[in-house]
Design a protein. Structure first.
Length: 287
């Protein structure tokens, strides 16, 4: 059984990204990204570096494993929405790489204008997360919003650094499990609003086509084949939360029981272990 393919966002461990870039160094996109650079020397904490790195590695990994023939569905988490759209034939993979570079630059500039951070809250439902979030807002006076619904008991929050720090304090007091994510920015929060005009200009300069394989958006968790609508979803994905749980439920509703995490790393596969909606399989099993 050939699985669907899931593409992660930029929050991957450095060693996984470095390993993927080395493995696929001969791929045109990876070669263009790296040039003569040693992957180990990359500053993957810089979003302007990590976003194109993640995109190039994901496309290269998926093409090496499957091509596009017979893949039942593709979807992506955060930046992975762009990678999935490119792999599904919605846009040329090189155009997608250029957009990943531009997205990274825009997000880097937005972080310089107003610093933000992201945090994962685990072991509680959305009601518990909202209790935590509202207390943090009251204490800090800052902005922090739901940025990702990864599972029934894992939610990502994004916002001002002070609000995230307050969230960590409240979590300690009430015994909630939280983890500050290694991502330099406040993605999928209102703090990204100022980046939307620049991102829209970049996305609207690229041709979008109907997907050649089923494409599920993690912006609304639905299947889409209208290129104009997919373009708009790619734009809005920068500001709106990632509805990953809904997206995987839609995949299961299509009759797809297995997904492969294109990487770098196994972030999406690890998320799936907390739910029983779809099963992530290793590359060897996938082939």
């Amino acid at each position: 059984m050939i699985p669907g393919i899931a593409f992660p966002g930029q929050g991957n461990k450095k060693d996984a990204t470095v390993a993927a870039l080395r493995e696929h160094r001969a791929h045109p996109l990876v070669a263009e990204f790296l040039g003569a650079t040693d992957p180990e020397s990359l500053d993957l904490g810089d979003t302007s570096v990590s976003q194109p790195a993640t995109y190039a590695a994901g496309i290269a990994s998926a093409e090496a494993a499957f091509g596009t023939a017979g893949v039942p569905v593709v979807l992506g988490h955060s930046l992975g929405e762009l990678t999935a759209a490119a792999f599904a034939g919605v846009l040329d993979p090189h155009d997608g790489f250029v957009l990943a570079q531009r997205r990274g630059e825009i997000c880097h500039a937005q972080q310089a204008e107003r610093r933000g951070s992201m945090i994962a809250v685990m072991g509680t439902d959305v009601t518990g997360v909202e209790w935590l979030r509202r207390q943090a807002v009251a204490r800090s006076g800052g902005v922090i919003e739901i940025a990702g619904l990864n599972g029934s008991r894992q939610t990502v929050l994004s916002g001002d650094v002070a609000a995230v720090e307050a969230c960590v304090e409240v979590a300690k007091e009430i015994g909630a499990l939280v983890e500050v994510l290694p991502i330099g920015g406040s993605f999928h929060s209102p703090l990204m609003h100022g980046a939307i005009p620049r991102w829209r200009e970049a996305v609207e300069a690229v041709e979008f086509r109907a997907p050649s394989v089923p494409f599920v958006s993690s912006v609304d968790g639905q299947v889409h084949d209208d290129p104009a609508l997919i373009r708009e979803l790619v734009i809005r994905a920068l500001l709106l939360p990632v509805r990953w749980l809904d997206a995987t439920r839609t995949v299961r509703g299509l009759g797809v029981e297995q997904l492969w995490d294109a990487g770098p790393g196994t972030t999406l596969a690890r998320l799936a272990k907390r739910e029983s909606i779809v099963k992530f399989v290793a590359l060897e099993a996938a082939q």
